[in-house]
Design a protein around this ligand. Structure first.
Ligand code: SAH
Ligand code: SF4
Length: 393
């Protein structure tokens, strides 16, 4: 019997484009070229115009065609007539005691997503969302209590990076290069906000290509990490078409427990997932896979779990990122005790793996991993409903 693959219950339904000018943010270079040609840009000039406009938008953060001084005035007017350079709207910004910033962002249709900026001494990481809600229902994740509302467009994904750069005031002066402002405040991207990025593959890919483009935001592919719950058929594509680093929400060492914590495990179990990761192209010690492991008291945090984990991932260049569970109101789990987390980390470290414990950041503003949820889309699904679903498996 063939089992139908799990797909999203709400696919990307082509939405009716709003009437009025078209937004250029999020178009691929080819898409931008086609858009420019469609309003009368001569084919011969199109490539050069793409380069110029691309640079204005993604290198210097221009939002107005009148700023684009290397384009003739009538051409700027033509662009302004047909196009806009628009980002999602920042509804609110909260700053934590530890400097973490959480933005609540409104996208078309009135939906809201959260974006988190985490400053550290040697870097600044932006945690980007890929969907409003999530189709998956990981039982420890706040986003998992919210149904998928829709996929974000490429423009809405790259727009999160751009609005954070606005807030951090780090666009270089026109004419200057991206590195000319000194060390970057926003130096890394993690696709660890709301949603499962591999269920919105094309838009995530297009957005990350813009983020990596050397004539624009210009972030190295090695400074971008995509986290997946384990959508096995899309993992190789991620390596081939995006080429960023990969993190996997592993969280358990037996199928029985993983089925409950990360229900996608019922479709692609631990063995299938690990087989796919072993084949992940480019894997080397410098480009290891990050295994994320949330520490849940008395659920997945025993010494035995630590030892099983080491055995399972044997042969895969890996680093294990231990995430102390971030509690949220009504969560059915507790964070493991600190001493337990340390012991767990120690066993893994002694086996030769890096085992950093992720410092919880921005907890006072509910900005930590797995706590994101939009204010307007409050729980559609009760805990009881999720428990009933996981019990069936
Ligand atoms: N959907 C993707 C990416 C978003 S979640 C995924 O599941 O990988 C980013 C990370 O935070 C994942 O490892 C996720 O399992 C973890 N996470 C979710 N809820 C959490 C919580 N309450 N505390 C700690 N980590 C959590
Ligand atoms: Fe979705 Fe990731 Fe949360 Fe699971 S952990 S519900 S895949 S956002």
């Amino acid at each position: 019997m063939t089992v139908a693959p799990i797909t999203q219950d709400v696919l990307t339904i082509p939405r009716k484009l709003p009437d009025g000018p078209r937004n250029l943010v999020g178009l691929t270079r080819e898409g931008l070229r086609d858009a420019l040609v469609s309003v009368g840009t001569p084919e011969k000039q199109a490539k050069m115009r793409v380069n110029q406009i691309w640079q204005w938008i993604y290198q210097w953060g221009a939002r107005d065609f009148s700023q684009m001084t290397n384009l003739a005035k009538p051409y700027r007017a033509l662009l302004a007539e047909h196009f806009v350079i628009a980002l999602p709207e920042v509804v609110s910004r909260q700053i934590s005691d530890d400097g973490t910033r959480k933005y609540l962002v409104r996208i078309a249709g009135g939906h809201e997503v959260e974006v988190v900026y985490i400053p550290e001494t040697d870097r600044g990481t932006l945690c980007v969302s890929s969907q409003v809600g999530c189709t998956l229902t990981c039982s420890f994740c706040h986003t998992g209590t919210q149904k998928l509302v829709r996929n974000l467009t490429a423009g809405e994904i790259v727009g999160q990076i751009m609005l954070a750069r606005d807030d951090l005031d780090e666009w270089p002066e026109p004419g200057k290069g991206t590195g000319d402002n000194g060390p970057r405040r926003l130096s890394n991207i993690v696709l660890m906000g709301m949603g499962e990025p591999l269920y919105n593959f094309d838009n995530v890919r297009d957005a990350m290509k813009i983020a990596m483009d050397g004539d624009g935001i210009s972030l190295s592919r090695r400074r971008i990490t995509l986290s997946t719950s384990g959508v096995v058929p899309e993992i190789a594509r991620c390596a081939e078409e995006i080429g960023c680093l990969m993190a996997v929400s592993f969280h358990a060492t037996t199928d029985e427990v993983r089925n409950k914590l990360v229900p996608i495990n019922k479709r692609w179990n631990i063995e299938t997932l690990l087989a796919e990761l072993r084949d992940y192209p480019r894997l080397s010690n410098s480009e290891r896979i990050t295994f994320e492991y949330v520490m849940l008291k008395d659920v997945n945090d025993s010494d035995e779990d630590a030892r099983r984990l080491i055995k399972l991932i044997q042969g895969i260049p890996a680093k294990i990122n231990l995430i102390p569970f971030n509690e949220w109101p009504g969560a059915p789990y507790q964070r493991s005790d600190w001493s337990r987390i340390k012991k767990f980390a120690d066993i893994i470290y002694k086996a030769g793996y890096a085992s950093p414990i992720r410092t919880p950041r921005g907890e006072d503003i509910m900005a930590a991993c797995g706590q994101l949820k939009s204010a307007t889309e409050r729980a559609r699904k009760s805990r009881a409903a999720i428990a009933a679903e996981t019990a069936q498996g």
